[in-house]
Design a protein around this ligand. Structure first.
Ligand code: DGY
Length: 331
């Protein structure tokens, strides 16, 4: 009998997925609630054939080089900006991710955040907790109307389109921007393609749904905020690095922006004493876009599907660097 392949899993994941993995591989699961420190991660992966990782793990070129037997990297997330994909590709290692299964769940959370921010739900709860609810106040806790407003979507991909579909029910005018027009998707929701500056200028609410890349890092900086409509609201459920948080803080503090809802920050977690955590009109949630029982279970199983395919030498069902197959003549 051949020995089973060794796999490192960087955190506890839903048990049904882990059981499937353990049936086919020798699995080392990091048992702590916090991610393994980088050096520990590197040490544990060093003699593994497979790695199942999360967006909290830095999978860089050094770590990949220090794992000579590594044959597959499977990320339990759709985003993979924490992985040096180029270094994996250079080694012929396929990298898997989990697109599609978290789309609707993340769009739901985006809407929860959007409504809560626009209608200042957290400010309301905080005011009750502070004993400030004394009467119905004609001028108290005034927010922004969502129905009939203009929604600007940055990145009309899977999640952006799911957010747009929900906006139709709120009678919103939908604008979108991105590297290219998506006429088919846009037609389904009546969205109009505009350039970035037009989207900033025209939108009452801007929602970010693009990946974090060198091009989108700090796409929302002081210049971008200055171009947004006075009173506009920013929602980010994509990646924290797309927003310059100091510039955002200034834009909200000055009263130029009407608020911000952030499910993602940079760093994560944002320090508890970071001013954004305590700023009126700002809601920060701890990266819970995909956090439902069903979706996390589906993500874990998809990550296991990718991992097992890689160990068997089969093509990953959801691969971010399919060029590894053509390069190596495996496809
Ligand atoms: C992802 O999958 O990239 C989300 O940020 C976490 O579900």
């Amino acid at each position: 009998m051949f020995p089973m392949a060794r796999v490192f899993v960087t955190r506890r994941i839903p048990q049904s997925a882990l059981d499937r993995l353990q049936a086919e591989a020798t699995v080392d699961v990091w048992p702590e609630p916090l991610p393994p420190p980088y050096e520990e991660l590197r040490r544990r992966v060093a003699d593994c054939e497979g790695l199942l990782c999360l967006l909290t793990d830095r999978i860089d070129a050094d770590l990949i080089a220090a794992a000579p037997r590594l044959r597959v990297i499977s990320q339990m997330a759709v985003g993979y900006d924490n992985i040096d994909v180029a270094a994996a590709t250079a080694r012929g290692i396929p990298v898997g991710h989990t697109p599609g299964v978290l789309t609707e769940t993340t769009a739901d959370l985006t809407w929860a955040l959007l409504l809560a921010t626009a209608r200042r739900l957290l400010d309301g709860v905080r005011s009750i907790e502070a004993g400030q609810w004394r009467t119905w106040d004609p001028l108290g806790l005034l927010g922004t109307d969502v129905h009939g407003a203009t929604l600007g979507i940055v990145g009309l991909g899977r999640i952006g389109a799911a957010v747009a579909r929900r906006a139709v029910g709120f009678g919103m005018c939908i604008l979108y921007t991105g590297p290219r027009e998506k006429p088919d998707v846009a037609a389904g929701v009546g969205a109009t393609y505009v350039d970035f500056d037009t989207l900033l200028r025209e939108s009452d609410i801007v929602s970010i749904h693009c990946p974090l890349t060198p091009e989108t890092r700090h796409l929302f900086d002081a210049r971008a905020f200055a171009r947004m409509k006075p009173g506009a609201i920013l929602i980010n459920t994509a990646r924290g690095g797309i927003v310059d948080h100091e510039a955002l803080l200034e834009a909200v503090r000055s009263g130029h922006l009407g608020g911000a809802g952030l499910d993602v920050t940079e760093p994560e977690p944002l320090p508890a004493d970071h001013p954004l955590m305590h700023q009126e009109r700002v809601i920060v949630t701890p990266h819970i876009g995909s956090a439902t029982v069903r979706t996390r279970t589906r993500m874990a199983n998809m990550a296991v599907d990718n991992l097992l395919a890689g160990l068997r030498g089969e093509r990953l069902p959801y691969c971010v660097n399919p060029e590894v197959y053509t390069k190596n003549g495996r496809g």
